[in-house]
Design a protein around this ligand. Structure first.
Ligand code: T46
Length: 143
């Protein structure tokens, strides 16, 4: 398995999830191994985010995540210490797979938006790097 310190923003991907369309409305099912490349050990969602507020602002050492705009839209800034990119999520059947070892910030939440997160691990504060300088040192220590 790749050293998670070496992951870059180019290892993240947009994943099109199944979308079953019905006249009464649509449904998107997500199954371990079939629709997502890791076992889901935790689900959480961000909601009631006040206008102008940012979330994230940290990196994870081991955690894989799928981020989905279950409602509304928001931007995800990805940063591997060298490269940055912004991904806009605005469809409930599109996921952003964020690999470990990347700094992320969530910005520009639309009113009433919901960020659904499917995560590969249970909550562990030791998996977080919440200081940007520590993150840069962490990335540098893989060379
Ligand atoms: C991420 C972005 C997208 C828990 O107790 N359990 C949990 O599973 C989570 C996710 C958080 N918490 C506690 C820890 C903090 O006291 O909830 C509080 C807020 O967490 P945090 O400041 O990390 O929230 P965000 O929105 O900045 O980040 C969260 C996730 O933590 C993170 O993995 O990538 O959403």
């Amino acid at each position: 398995m790749m050293d998670f310190k070496k992951y870059t923003i180019y290892d993240c991907s947009i994943v099109h999830l199944p979308k079953i369309e019905k006249r009464e409305g649509n449904i998107t099912p997500i199954e371990n191994k079939k629709d997502i490349p890791f076992d889901i050990r935790r689900i959480y969602y961000l909601y009631d985010v006040p206008g102008g507020e940012a979330r994230g602002g940290h990196a994870h050492k081991k955690l894989h995540q799928f981020l989905i705009a279950a409602s509304g839209s928001f931007d995800v800034l990805l940063d591997d210490g060298k490269n940055k990119k912004v991904v806009n999520l605005n469809r409930p059947y599109i996921a952003l797979h964020i690999v470990p070892g990347l700094w992320r910030e969530l910005l520009n939440f639309s009113s009433g938006s919901i960020c659904l997160v499917l995560a590969s691990e249970i909550y562990d504060e030791d998996d977080y790097i919440r200081n940007y300088k520590d993150f840069i040192n962490f990335k540098g220590s893989s060379k």
